[in-house]
Design a binder for this molecule. Structure first.
Ligand code: 5AD
Ligand code: SF4
Length: 442
């Protein structure tokens, strides 16, 4: 079958923030080729499903999404499966879902335009991890909202026993200093006020600055701090073992670096941490948090937790609740353990029953919700800057973010992208209410 060249496209991203970043880059690439973006997948000539493989549910979702793309007349748009499912399953995808035209992995998507051409007469599959970086082949960053993601590091060498990321995203690679600084400048020129530096182990970033000096993530953050027009810097996601002294110090010294740290600990029992191959202990994690707090006392700590890892007993799970209380997480993501093909944990003994995982997930989530509410309450009375990101539901209301990544609802004529001073006056479980600081002072 031959198809005509697609004129319109839709990119749908699932999973982590790096997929959001990759999705934006793929959209820019397709636009540079003359295609135009449409809102609804059904109307598009080309649909890119940018997939996540981290848990079984996320990975299986792609197949129902493909089914849903079938039109009433029996035809489908050109379908590209990108992201981590593409990397992990490759040619298996079109075998299971023949409607798929293109399979492209996370390190090969700069080749998407030529694959779209090839897919007009056949099927195109590319899950290479080429040495030459895809970043060099991507067009310059375009118009941005006030917040932007910037991938600085990719891949993982840690091999936690539950995780597919080392297989889907490959080994740890840091983008060069100059490439990151250039992209940050382009983002700021395009309207970004806040940049979140991304990496699967972003705090493992290393490189050489323009004078040839070795630098870590803290050096990069300090360089970005000097970028005029940029107001805020964040980074995610980090591994405890890569949390070096310089980065901890930067939290106390760099004004644009926001007081928020996503530092997953995953579980609160040393036995489980060992089985997970996390190579840190509960005690070393708690000491680390103490040092971070000594540098930046108001920092909000966030994390990821897995319940029901193979062999997790009631006592192990109680220890997870204990560490959440001890750290006082301001927010966290919680997941039920999902066995992933090819990972060591998938074949471990004592897999935990689904019903028990459900129960544990609920209890952990309830505790985290409570703590998040407490954290929000504790910020009442603070005067702080808010970066306005979007309109609220009520007329005249806008929603922005506080330095601690809380959503702040505030009535203001301020435009999206403006930084305004607000006093936090109320707190809900998921957001806080702010009042314009000048108005209250008047
Ligand atoms: N099952 C459940 N959760 C997982 N995560 C990673 N792999 C798995 C898995 N097999 C979680 C971890 C990680 C987050 C991105 O996803 O908590 O930090
Ligand atoms: Fe999902 Fe991990 Fe891939 Fe992100 S890197 S899309 S979280 S599997």
């Amino acid at each position: 079958m031959t198809r005509s060249a697609p004129k319109t496209f839709k990119v749908k991203s699932f999973g982590c923030q790096m997929n959001v970043y990759d999705g934006a880059r793929m959209a820019e690439l397709l636009e540079a080729e003359g295609l135009s973006a449409v809102d609804q997948g059904e109307d598009a000539d080309l649909v890119v499903l940018n997939t996540c493989h981290i848990r079984e549910k996320a990975a299986e979702k792609v197949y129902s999404d493909i089914g849903r793309l079938k039109r009433e007349d029996g035809t489908s748009p050109m379908i590209a499966v990108a992201g981590c499912v593409a990397q992990a399953e490759g040619a298996e995808i079109p075998r299971r879902a023949p409607a798929v035209d293109i399979v492209v992995g996370p390190q090969a998507y700069h080749r998407l335009p030529e694959m779209v051409k090839a897919a007009q007469t056949g099927r195109a599959i590319d899950t290479d991890m080429p040495i030459a970086s895809k970043f060099d082949a991507l067009p310059k960053r375009r118009r941005q909202g006030p917040t932007a993601f910037l991938t600085v590091q990719e891949g993982c060498d840690k091999f936690c026993t539950y995780c597919v990321v080392p297989y889907t995203r490959g080994a740890e690679v840091s983008r060069p200093w100059a490439a990151v600084i250039d992209e940050a400048k382009a983002l700021v020129d395009a309207g970004a006020k806040e940049i979140t530096l991304l990496g699967q182990n972003v705090n493992a970033w290393e490189g050489e600055d323009e004078t040839g000096r070795r630098q870590g993530l803290d050096g990069l953050i300090r360089a970005l701090d000097r970028l005029p027009g940029l107001s805020r810097i964040r980074y995610t996601t980090s591994h405890p073992n890569d949390m070096k002294d310089g980065l901890i110090a930067a939290h106390g010294e760099v004004e644009k670096l926001m007081p928020f740290l996503h530092l997953p600990v995953q579980a609160g029992s040393d036995r489980i941490l060992k089985a997970m191959n996390r190579s840190h202990t509960v005690e070393s994690y708690l000491r680390l948090i103490e040092r971070v707090r000594a540098s930046r006392p108001d920092i909000a700590i966030s994390g990821d937790f897995i319940v029901g890892f193979p062999g997790e007993t009631d006592a192990d799970f109680e220890a997870t609740l204990d560490i959440v209380r001890a750290v006082g997480h301001a927010q966290a993501f919680t997941f039920k353990y999902s066995p992933r093909p090819g990972t060591p944990a998938a074949t471990m003994a004592d897999q935990v029953a689904e019903s028990l995982m459900d129960e544990r997930l609920q209890r952990l989530q309830a505790l985290i919700n409570e703590q998040q509410h407490d954290f929000n309450r504790a910020t009442i009375g603070r005067r702080t800057m808010v970066l306005i990101e979007r309109d609220g539901k009520k007329p005249g209301q806008r929603i922005g973010k506080s330095p601690w990544l809380q959503s702040v609802h505030v009535e203001t004529p301020a435009a999206i992208g403006e930084m305004i001073e607000v006093e936090i006056v109320s707190a809900g479980p998921n957001s806080v209410g702010g009042a314009l600081a000048e108005r209250r002072a008047a």
